[in-house]
Design a protein around this ligand. Structure first.
Ligand code: ADP
Ligand code: 5GP
Length: 189
């Protein structure tokens, strides 16, 4: 892999708890983890900060960066006109500095990155049950009904990719799942 860093890929359906687990892992782990901040054309949610949660771009700017090859991978994740992409330069810079760069991306983006970085540590976050996933998405209160339904549809498809990941973590209990993530990563030290 590019110098001494490692690529850590976290995927799983929207609402599975990826952001929650990754945020806590970054706060508590002693590993040199660095979150890759993606670009997106979707609107910021209440409390989301540009450059922290995402780089929020308009479609023209996203498209310009995509054409210039700025993204390691990119995808229209929910097929509703919102694009997401991983900025290449920041990932490479992290790897060069020996960081373990954490990508929180969808299953197809993950397959593209694994194609380019076969040694990636890939982890699929499973919500437990479909009912629990819906409960979490509703509980988060960030989606209107049509966006929520679309996310549930896409979730069913995303679950079929679980076998393509090196590891699977069931996020039934967040504290336990964070410990398990940390344990998985430590094996690669
Ligand atoms: P994702 O990043 O995968 O879309 P989030 O991290 O936003 O998911 O989590 C979705 C919702 O579920 C949030 O409201 C979060 O607080 C909640 N959540 C996350 N993990 C758990 C868990 N283990 N048990 C119960 N609720 C959880
Ligand atoms: P949300 O809109 O809930 O923040 O994210 C929706 C989904 O987009 C997440 O499940 C996440 O996996 C995916 N995603 C976020 N950033 C990227 C990215 O840079 N590339 C790809 N392919 N997917 C992303």
């Amino acid at each position: 892999m590019a110098d001494s860093g490692k690529m850590v890929i976290i995927s799983g359906p929207s609402g599975a708890g990826k952001s929650t687990l990754v945020r806590e892992l970054l706060r508590t782990s002693s590993l040199p983890l660095e979150l890759s901040v993606s670009a997106t054309t979707r609107s910021p949610r209440h409390g989301e900060i540009d450059g922290v949660n995402y780089f929020f771009l308009d479609h023209a700017e996203f498209d310009r960066r995509r054409r210039e090859g700025d993204f390691l991978e990119w995808k229209e994740v929910f097929g509703r006109g919102d694009f997401y992409g991983t900025p290449r330069a920041a990932v490479y810079s992290g790897l060069r500095q020996g960081k373990w760069v954490v990508l929180e991306i969808d299953v197809e983006g993950a397959m593209a990155v694994i194609g380019e970085f076969p040694e990636s540590i890939s982890i699929f976050i499973h919500p437990g049950t479909a009912e629990e996933l819906e409960r979490r998405l509703r509980g988060r209160g960030t989606e209107d009904e049509s966006s929520l339904q679309r996310r549930l549809q896409v979730a069913a498809r995303e679950m079929t990719f679980v076998g393509k990941y090196r590891h699977q973590v069931i996020n039934d209990d967040a504290a336990r799942a964070i410990q398990e993530l940390d344990r998985i990563l430590r094996v690669y030290q």
